[in-house]
Design a protein around this ligand. Structure first.
Ligand code: GLU
Length: 316
């Protein structure tokens, strides 16, 4: 049963705060939908007609991979992604369509493994749940700003890297005091549970007042409603949020980590991991990687960097 606070003042304050949150939330939604202030044109997201079409390798077989075999029996792949990271992995709530650079990587991998990308079943999985989702077979592989590191390699396998991001900070446009991680002392900083940026802040910037949620979009909502002072995660993700509401948010400072993005696979499925490494090498060579980047993350204004070398580490 809910108890009503005895003091009406407390109640009034609660109602006012809720109202403010609702108003600001609606403002963000409007801005995101492209109905922002006059003179701020809607941000153009990835357009379906600009995206490359990938050739499906219909003759492909991978009997050594239990994950591939299971997908073959099922008839399609199940791929774990993010749904609230503009330019990287974002789901359009009205069409249900996913778009972004990670989504294109997922599609290119599907085509290389012999499955039409149109048949992919995308599943949204939060940062903290990626390893479990791969371990219990909920997904075949994962493409969603997933940093390769030794700790995670004990639990899952990684093909790639296919991109290198770096940890950064997102603040409100009028913020003057926060220009880098050394300015976070006593500031409320939001990141996602189970993410490497959260872990880095906890370890290397212990004087920051850390707050964690499942997703970065909740952090951004908290930033816009003055509940937190900064959001910290990869620059790729933060640039997407800033681009959606440029009159409210900005990315500050220079990236202070290296986040090599990998495709997560079940740890024991080396055959799948090597097949994905081969497929990544092929798309980097044939130009599809660059075309996909230009049509997605490239819209944030950063030209395509050269793709990083693939780390085909031995089977374990
Ligand atoms: N790349 C970082 C990580 O894998 C942050 C982004 C995310 O949470 O997906 O933890």
């Amino acid at each position: 049963m809910t108890t009503i606070p005895a003091r009406p003042r407390v109640l009034l304050r609660l109602v006012l705060r809720l109202l403010l949150r609702l108003l600001l939330g609606a403002a963000l939604l409007l801005a995101v939908a492209g109905c922002g202030k006059e003179g701020s044109p809607p941000v153009k997201g990835p357009q379906p007609e600009d995206l490359p079409v990938y050739q499906v390798d219909t003759a492909f077989q991978l009997p050594a991979s239990p994950t591939w075999e299971r997908a073959e029996r099922r008839g399609h792949l199940v791929v774990g992604v993010k749904e609230d990271q503009p330019y990287m992995g974002e789901k359009d709530p009205s069409s249900g369509r996913y778009s972004g650079f990670d989504i294109e990587i997922a599609k290119m991998m599907s085509a290389a493994l012999g499955f039409d990308p149109k048949t992919i079943e995308f599943k949204t999985i939060a940062s903290a749940n990626r390893e479990t989702a791969l371990q219990n077979g909920q997904i075949d592989y994962y493409v969603g700003t997933y940093t390769i590191n030794d700790n995670r390699k004990r639990q899952v396998g990684f093909a790639g890297p296919y991109f290198i991001a770096g940890q950064s900070l997102l603040v409100r446009k009028d913020e003057k005091d926060i220009n880098g991680p050394e300015d976070l002392k006593g500031k409320k900083v939001c990141s996602a549970t189970g993410s490497t940026p959260y872990q880095r802040l906890e370890k290397e910037y212990p004087e920051a007042d850390l707050v964690a949620y499942d997703t970065y979009s909740v952090c951004v909502d908290n930033l816009l409603t003055y509940q937190v002072d900064a959001v910290s995660t990869d620059n790729t993700i933060l640039m997407g949020y800033a681009a959606k509401v440029p009159e409210e948010l900005k990315v500050v400072g220079t990236p202070f980590s290296k986040e090599p993005y990998g495709i997560g696979v079940p740890r024991s499925d080396n055959a799948l991991r090597f097949a994905l490494d081969d497929a990544l090498a092929a798309i980097e060579k044939n130009g599809d990687w660059k075309r996909a980047y230009d049509a997605t993350l490239g819209l944030s204004g950063v030209p395509a960097p050269p793709p990083p070398p693939i780390d085909r580490y031995p089977a374990s």
